[in-house]
Design a protein around this ligand. Sequence first.
Ligand SMILES: CC(C)(COP(=O)(O)OP(=O)(O)OC[C@H]1O[C@@H](n2cnc3c(N)ncnc32)[C@H](O)[C@@H]1OP(=O)(O)O)[C@@H](O)C(=O)NCCC(=O)NCCS
Length: 195
Amino acid sequence: MGLAVSTVYGLGMIALVDDAVIATERLVLRPLQVDDVGEMAVVLADPALHEFTGGAPATLDGLRARYETWVEGSGSPDELWMNWIVRRIADAVAVGTVQATIIDPDGTATALVAWTIGVPWQGQGYAGEAAVGLVEWLIGCGADSVIAHIHPDHQASAAVAGRAGLRPTAELSDGEVVWRRGCLAARLNLDGQSV
Ligand SMILES: CC(C)(COP(=O)(O)OP(=O)(O)OC[C@H]1O[C@@H](n2cnc3c(N)ncnc32)[C@H](O)[C@@H]1OP(=O)(O)O)[C@@H](O)C(=O)NCCC(=O)NCCS
């Protein structure tokens, strides 16, 4: 997915998203393409993935429509949608997805991140490894703050966030705890609830 974001969007961050491939020790995160849909429909087929986030697995057509929307983008100059397929480097098998919604309403770029690993590949540290790669990449590209909304009982996702350097705040969003990793500027803009 070639994103000429630095010219299309007014975002203060991200000069290098044309090449938004993120590599970690065992994984490579590549920008999602609509052609990934067949493989991902299988990876995301288990209803257990929705235990804490709600909803149900999408049909193939539903997932294709979603991916087409995601690739098209938000249509807003202040909001950038980025989605990656997480693949094992060893065999190129897709194991999950990560995403970041980046907003920059006032010159302070905030990235809202989320992660999903297919049930057969869970428990091997893939989500934590992908999250570390994603968050470091976002900060390296200029994100002032990275946040995640995590159900208070979702221990695995909380552990993933913690491994990526996010910390729980006192903020709630639709009943989910707001986790945050922020730089000094982001902290100064907040009300003291975050770390
Ligand atoms: C959350 C999710 C991505 C974790 O994927 P994963 O690849 O199994 O995670 P990891 O193997 O990296 O494990 C992450 C941590 O959670 C811990 N963990 C895993 N399953 C756990 C469980 N059922 N209860 C408590 N802790 C658990 C691991 O021990 C690990 O902790 P550590 O880093 O301290 O060792 C996966 O469960 C998932 O896709 N869930 C559905 C989608 C979702 O809810 N995403 C979160 C939206 S923000």
